[in-house]
Write a protein of this length. Structure first.
Length: 267
């Protein structure tokens, strides 16, 4: 997203991400749509809106104003929201050890946020609220897949999501003037390349794998992978010139401890 935003606007990044992913998934999994029963389509709609459509634009705007590593760190709020809304809305149970793991992970996340704010005082951290909202959408998405779509294949769910979103995404992209104002410069072509990589690997393939993990494990286990994303994102950020210090390493260790406690089996 960070590299794509060099030649594209946040709205264009969000829309192109959805469109390119939809085309890719239709090419590899169009036949899987037959597995979705009529009564299940409403949940496909809900998961598409909450788990992909709005978050795609929220993340693009956030990355435009914050370091990509900080945005990934904020995404670690997803497991916390998953356990809270899973219990309050969907009736899923959790144990004290899982709650402790979530809280420890949040402590590590907060250390990273505060440290990032100190390193980058000129960034607009109000955009962090968009990631918080997106994490709530992810939480509902995960719980909904587990409760209402557990018998549908992960590929079917993902293809169904993007089939529903491709037309709205095209409308949004047209409204930005992309087809009339976009110039095929070297920078812009590079941005299109990055958004294509994001769409195919970071969205299409990753969504299928993630949805499968939700089905074979628990919502809390699946969503806890967002605690690992900051570690990877900070690594890529450093390669791209973003700052990293010992405190961020320490926070990463705390986050990993939280993940361990969330997913540790009972004796």
């Amino acid at each position: 997203m960070k590299k794509a935003l060099i030649g594209l606007t946040p709205v264009q990044v969000g829309a192109l991400r959805i469109i390119i992913t939809a085309i890719f998934l239709l090419l590899i999994g169009f036949k899987s749509l037959k597995q979705i029963q009529k009564h299940q389509w409403k949940y496909i709609v809900y998961t598409a809106i909450l788990g992909t459509f709005f978050p795609a634009f929220m993340f693009a705007f956030a990355v435009n104003y914050l370091d990509s590593s900080i945005v990934a760190i904020l995404n670690s709020l997803t497991p916390f929201n998953t356990i809270i809304f899973g219990a309050l809305v969907f009736g899923f149970a959790f144990n004290k050890k899982q709650l402790l793991g979530i809280l420890i992970g949040l402590i590590g996340t907060m250390i990273l946020i505060l440290n990032g704010a100190a390193l980058n005082p000129n960034q607009n951290y109000w955009f962090a609220f968009l990631i918080f909202l997106a994490s709530i959408g992810y939480a509902f998405n995960v719980n909904m897949i587990k409760k209402h779509l557990n018998e549908v294949s992960a590929l079917s769910i993902t293809v169904g999501n993007f089939v529903l979103m491709i037309i709205p995404a095209f409308i949004v992209l047209i409204s930005t003037g992309f087809f009339t104002e976009f110039e095929l410069t070297k920078t812009n072509m590079s941005s299109l390349g990055y958004i294509t990589i994001l769409a195919v690997l970071g969205t299409g393939v990753a969504k299928v794998l993630f949805n499968k993990m939700v089905q074979i494990t628990t919502p809390i286990f699946a969503s806890s992978v967002t605690y690992l994303i900051p570690i990877v994102a900070v690594f890529w950020g450093v390669l791209d010139g973003e700052e990293l210090n010992f405190t961020q390493f320490l926070a990463a260790v705390i986050i990993l401890l939280g993940v361990y406690l969330v997913n540790k089996k009972k004796e």
